[in-house]
Design a protein around this ligand. Sequence first.
Ligand SMILES: [Zn+2]
Ligand SMILES: [Zn+2]
Length: 310
Amino acid sequence: MLAELWEGSLANPAQRIFWLYILSSALIALIYTLYQMYRHPLSSQDKTLGQQLKAYLLHPSALLDYRYFFIGTLIKVGLVAPLIISVKTIAIWVFKGLAPYIGTPITALSYEAIAILYTLCLFVVSDFSRYILHRWMHKNKYLWQFHKVHHSAPLLNPLTFYRVHPIENFLFGLRYAISVGIMTGVFLSLFGPRINMWTVLGANGFVFIFSLLGTHLRHSHLFVTYPKWLERFFISPAMHQIHHYKGYGRYNYGGYLAIWDKLFHSWLPSKAISTKPSFGMPQQEMQKYQNVSQLLFQPFRALIRLKRTS
Ligand SMILES: [Zn+2]
Ligand SMILES: [Zn+2]
């Protein structure tokens, strides 16, 4: 069991919880904390760092995140993943569908150039589809009932990333299969079997690079920003935290790239925030997501109520 967990996640650079991504986020967190302590030294009235850390790690919302992480992962692996169509199936459909319209494969590009182009397209298209679905989950009143689960956390913890309803997991899994499947089918049609992904330690090279930039701090209280010019292109941890602020859910839907938020007017850089609101939703909404059972079933209750009133 432990060996499988290690091979399938902590040792796998294609997974978010690859040890190097966790280590890089921890290092950024350490540097950020030391810098903040240098700028605002603790007074005798303040809690010590150890006390602050204990209160953070044992906060009721964090405890719920830990419990939900295990149950949610079991549901995702056992129930949701088998329902999602594979990338390979979609790629074959697209390839067969395009076959009558495409001639002989293009051979003018080198093997390396095709690999970089294919990897970049996968990264950009997958990121764009993530933006669209995330935005849709906020704008559609039925999908919002499921996405509320993720926004119900009053405190952000790296495991809040996994506080996602199984229905949302299913939709995002389907989105991934469709976007990557279509791109793979198109590339197979254009370049034949010479396509290959540019990988670093086995992961998409671009995902690898961006996962080192504090990916686990997006769900934390450490307001780690990038320079404003860089935030025009990439979502900083602070920008995702803004998305979780009460009343700010309409900003920063992006995953890795900020260009979609910029293009579709949902971009808000970290510098635009002077006072920090608390995380979550209105209090009467938050109260409905206090335990694992509520995280799983409250969206269905809300849907039934919506259906009755509409
Ligand atoms: Zn959201
Ligand atoms: Zn989030």
